[in-house]
Write a protein that binds this ligand. Structure first.
Ligand code: NAD
Length: 465
């Protein structure tokens, strides 16, 4: 006999598990179905373990290249990546168990297995423990994520890999070609470089992290070359193949063909819609021309009672956006008033080194959108705390509208800048101006006071510059 629910969520990533919690909090009888990764790619093999590896990489970099600067005399240093890897797995597994705990705490029924839709309001779950369950629900939330996109005509093999094979490996390649200098590409480039791999970063666009403000790309490019990473831009990869010993990458640049070989080639060229092995077609939801699930501002699909959130929608594919969409979908189902997300203003964080954090319009986009633009730029070298940390590379950049001071976007590159966005995004959301940020007293010495300096600068009355 089928089990009846108000809401069934398919997929327990940062979108799905958050949606389930909010649905349960709003009094809806809720179930969640997940095959393997409680917390999704993010907790299991993405954001969380990579942050553990990135921190290890930072320490490895400090000890290898900057020990003397801090007065450490390290002889015979051996950086053991296998330990870094094991630590990353421990961190990920702890977080995943945390999701199971949260489900129990909120009285959400957990089904561990593979769910397949049988029409828009029913799911058959092949349980990992054996047997199956049929779940029926007035509302379903599809939170099935996405898959790593592979370049046409290529496949994953022994030498050609994606983020997944690398993050689950305790091996540091002798040399590696990373295809794509988006978030995954630049984060892995830093980790593997710090542990001694010879890294080549190949990017199709004329600059690395091409979605960021141009000045941010330029700064990261400079820092990565200093680390010894080979950066090749305006390079269109045509084929990625492998033989017993190596991966072979052919790319085109300035109309000429080039050939590179390395122990591994890692494809990091974006996400693709997940293959429909979960009965999506039977729900009848409409897809976008690129194959993502079409949703409105309440995360509702074209079929009543069917919602979709997270990477599966192809909107801004970031964990925190998925979580926000999950809350939105649950509140919409519960009949609460909702407010659509403003995707342009979502915070974006890349954990390369130096870190990048941004939201809103880049300077170029703001000009193209017709705003009269004012730009303030504050270098980390003028911030006391950053000097104390020995991390003075990079800057903060604020893009405002010239006449009324409306915040249009911010682009930060430097120490722990991923922690600095909320003040700015909150200010933007509640229509504060740079003047109001400047009047908000910031503790000294902090990295966050650079935001106050940036705001003063935007007001044309800089204190520390
Ligand atoms: P991405 O879209 O961020 O970057 C892919 C890059 O590959 C782009 O710069 C693109 O120009 C380049 N590219 C595409 N085709 C190419 C070709 N033929 N030759 C050379 N370069 C080519 O995708 P990603 O880095 O694979 O990450 C996947 C998703 O995961 C993204 O949505 C990303 O935002 C997300 N993610 C986010 C974080 C974070 O927020 N810190 C970390 C990891 C992943």
């Amino acid at each position: 006999m089928a089990k009846q629910y108000d809401v069934v969520v398919l997929g327990a990533g940062p979108g799905g598990y958050v949606a389930a919690i909010r649905a349960a909090q709003l009094g809806l009888k809720t179930a969640i179905v997940e095959k393997q990764w409680w917390g999704g790619v993010c907790l299991a093999v993405g954001c969380i373990p990579s942050k553990a590896l990135l921190h290890n990489a930072y320490l490895a970099h400090l000890l290898t290249h900057r020990a003397a600067e801090f007065g450490f005399h390290v002889e015979g240093l051996r950086a053991d990546y296998a330990v870094a890897f094991q630590r990353s797995r421990m961190v990920a597994e702890g977080r995943m168990k945390g999701v199971n705990f949260l489900m129990r705490k909120n009285q959400i029924d957990q089904y561990e297995g593979w769910g397949v839709f049988d029409g828009p309001h029913a799911l058959n779950v092949e349980l990992n423990a054996g047997g199956s369950e049929r779940l029926e629900a007035a509302n379903v939330i599809i939170a099935t994520g996405a898959s790593a996109r592979l370049l046409p005509g290529t496949k994953v093999g022994r030498r050609v890999i994606t983020y997944l094979e690398q993050i689950l490996s305790e091996h540091v390649p002798r040399d590696i070609i990373i295809i794509g200098a988006g978030a995954i590409g630049v984060e892995f480039a830093y980790v593997l470089n710090a542990y001694g791999a010879n890294v080549t970063l190949l990017e199709y666009e004329p600059r690395i992290v091409p979605l960021e403000d141009e000045e941010v790309s330029k700064e990261l490019d400079r820092q990565y070359r200093k680390l010894g990473i080979t950066v090749i831009t305006s390079a269109r990869v045509r084929t990625v193949e492998e033989n017993e010993e190596e991966a072979v990458v052919i790319y085109e640049q300035d109309g000429k063909e080039h050939r590179l070989t390395a122990e591994y080639a890692l494809q990091a060229v974006g996400w693709a819609p997940r293959e429909d092995t979960y009965g999506l077609a039977s729900t009848g939801v409409q897809l976008t021309p690129k194959g993502w699930i079409q949703v409105d501002g309440r995360m509702a699909t074209t079929v009543p009672g069917v919602y979709a959130i997270g990477d599966a929608t192809g909107l801004v594919q970031l964990a925190h956006v998925a979580s926000a969409q999950g809350i939105l979908a649950a509140e919409a189902i519960a009949g609460r008033p909702t407010r659509a997300l403003d995707y342009l203003m979502m915070p974006r964080c890349t954990y390369c080194h130096p870190q990048i954090a941004s939201f809103g319009y880049t300077e170029k986009q703001a000009r193209e959108a017709g705003f009269e633009v004012k730009v303030a730029r504050f270098p980390w070298v003028a911030n006391g705390k950053a000097n104390g940390l020995g991390e003075t590379a990079g800057f903060l950049k604020l893009v405002t509208e010239a006449k009324y001071g409306e915040i249009l976007g911010a682009h930060l590159i430097g120490p722990d800048v991923t922690e600095l966005l909320p003040e700015l995004t909150l200010a933007q959301q509640y229509e504060m101006t740079a003047a109001e940020i400047g009047h908000n007293v910031h503790a000294h010495p902090t990295l966050s006071e650079a935001l106050m300096d940036l705001a003063h600068l935007a007001e044309g009355m800089s204190i520390n510059l």
